[in-house]
Write a protein that binds this ligand. Structure first.
Ligand SMILES: [Zn+2]
Length: 318
């Protein structure tokens, strides 16, 4: 799946005009029917006006390819966390509600106790010090506090899930750390749960959480893994079409081959004659026919072909 093109089809292309002339070659192509700009996300040349202009340092850095896929996975995890927040939050509320209603059960018990006290005393029975009543009272107090504690623990867990969801959805570095730490902290609890009573749901949840932690640490380079945060930033920057330092060198070579092609073969790419004059003609004719949309070369070509009276087909397609 081409994640960049998928994003562009939904949100439109990212066209940017750098004020530095030396960088314009990377993203600008003058054609017979207008100036085409290279989309900073999908890499296609588009006959449209750039939405923004400024220095290269301030150029937008849209997520591309792998990074887009990664964000998709992060958002899936975030949605899963939201569901867990709702489920656990509801559980916390239910336990707290029951804990409070249990309190009223206890009140009822004490009320009845005071009603029966004179009767019991009449028969010489000390209700206050009876072992049965003491046990029931203990049960009430113990259960009540433990229920409240359980409700509080569930509420805390729900809040943690919510924070994870927000951090993952917004693709924040702290969110990724928070999710990785919190999820791995709960893994021992999940293991204990599995040893007590294993269900398919519990096994699936456990497996998902283990995968999530491994993926977060590995793909997001948390805790210094694979070079850490700096390497992660560099990975994103290297993906950028405008910041890549090798970019101007690459397309420059085949562009030289195009005029030869156009003039000697009347605009037919990949002809036999230029293959002798241009050593890497194989490469250039390949890109001309197959990757017409992705390389600047294909767009630059019509400027040569235009005087020969041929319609710039590739531009229309791009
Ligand atoms: Zn695009």
């Amino acid at each position: 799946m081409d994640w960049s093109r998928r994003a562009c089809s939904r949100r439109g292309h990212v066209l940017y005009e750098p004020v530095e002339k030396e960088y314009q070659g990377q993203v600008r192509a003058d054609t017979g029917i207008g100036t085409a700009w290279r989309c900073l996300r999908c890499g296609d040349f588009v006959l449209d006006v750039p939405t923004a202009s400024g220095p290269v340092a301030e150029a937008p850095m849209p997520l591309r390819g792998k990074a887009l896929r990664s964000r998709f996975i992060m958002r899936l995890l975030a949605v899963e966390r939201i569901f867990r927040f709702l489920l656990v939050g509801l559980g916390a509320y239910a336990v707290w509600k029951f804990s409070n209603s249990e309190h009223s059960v206890q009140m009822l018990f004490e009320k009845n106790l005071t009603i029966f006290k004179p009767v019991a005393q009449h028969y010489g029975y000390d209700l206050d010090n009876s072992s049965v009543v003491t046990t029931i009272r203990k049960l009430f107090t113990y259960k009540h506090s433990s229920l409240d504690l359980a409700a509080a623990a569930l509420a805390l867990y729900a809040v943690i899930e919510l924070i994870e969801a927000i951090g993952l959805w917004l693709a924040k570095r702290w969110g990724e750390y928070f999710a990785a730490v919190a999820t791995s902290l709960f893994l021992p609890v999940e293991i204990y749960e599995l040893t007590e009573h294993a269900t398919k749901f519990k096994i699936a949840t456990f497996a998902l959480n283990v995968l999530a932690v491994v993926y977060l640490v590995w793909a997001k380079r948390l805790f210094g893994v694979r070079g850490g945060g700096r390497a992660y930033e560099a990975e994103l920057t290297s993906e950028s079409l405008l910041h890549e330092p090798t970019e101007p060198v690459g397309p420059a070579k085949p562009t030289g081959a195009v005029p030869n092609n156009g003039v000697s073969n009347n605009g037919v790419p990949g002809g036999g004659a230029p293959s002798r004059t241009v050593p890497d003609d194989g490469l250039s004719s390949d890109t001309l026919t197959n990757n017409a949309a992705t390389l600047p070369l294909s767009v630059a070509e019509p400027t040569v072909r235009m005087p020969l009276g041929e319609p710039p087909e590739e531009i229309v397609q791009a």
